[in-house]
Write a protein of this length. Sequence first.
Length: 337
Amino acid sequence: MHAPDGFLTAGTAVATGVISTSAIGVSVAKAKETIKDKQVPLAGIAAAFIFAAQMFNFPVAAGTTGHLLGGALAAILLGPSMGAIVVSVVVIVQALGFADGGLTALGYNVFNMAIVTAFGGYAAFRLLRRVFPANAAGVIAASGIAAGLSVVFSAMAFSIQWLFGASAPVPFDTVFGAMVGVHLLIGIGEGIITGLAIGAVMAARPDLVYGARDLDRTQMADRPKVGAKAFIIAGVLVSVLFATVVSQFAVDNPDGLERVAEDEGFIEAGEDHALDSFIFSDYATAGVGNETLSLALAGLVGVIVTGAVGLGLAIAVRDRRAAEPADLPDESVTPAS
């Protein structure tokens, strides 16, 4: 879903840029009311992990791959506002430091990959919580399904933008059908990764999961926990492992958006990245001949930068007067049953 410059018209790029900037501004204000001090390190870990996980492209069909978007994951962990901020950090760092996603395309990439997935994914999660049991297993199941749906929401958002800002004479319904079809498959992978990640945090520190704050406190207290330092160290190590080792096994085929662009004939509308000669362009370290080391170094730098920026923003927006979990304002329309 990292669209290059030129996939949509300049007017659409400007319009989505304004919308995305406004949405992130509102999210910053809202996050002040919801994020607690003990969740601040989790924001940095989430940013680092999502960056690292996005480096791993998994196969979904013949010649097509997908990767984690992470909006629903971040929203369930931190709340949709902070979740949107965290994934925006990842998308912006990828565009500026790794030539992944165009610079003029930042408006619609942030909107599609961060805002739609965080708020849309969390809305789906809240609805699904009404269906599943009010326990840890219910949270994990709702997380996985909601994450899968968030990928489809993102594909639909790009298709609607295509309706108003197409760069080639390809009908809207053609793009819509192709985008939704392939991203339904990618959503399966998104759901599995998200479910596993939420399950791991629920097992270790369920008190940190924003989407599980309504669970019975006695039940939460009975679940195994690890100390804050151990949790942070584990989160950092997992992120580094994904960025330096797991990423080596990424499948080198077009992702869902690229496949649709190739099949429907608008791939040539994409423009070369303005920073394609940067030291870490395309997740390779300039001057390092060994491909494995080159990728690992780029991934490690990305994890450090996104983690530090995510942590810094969480520190900046947190409100030290924030209420305890039971008193936190809900960012959804209706509470879970």
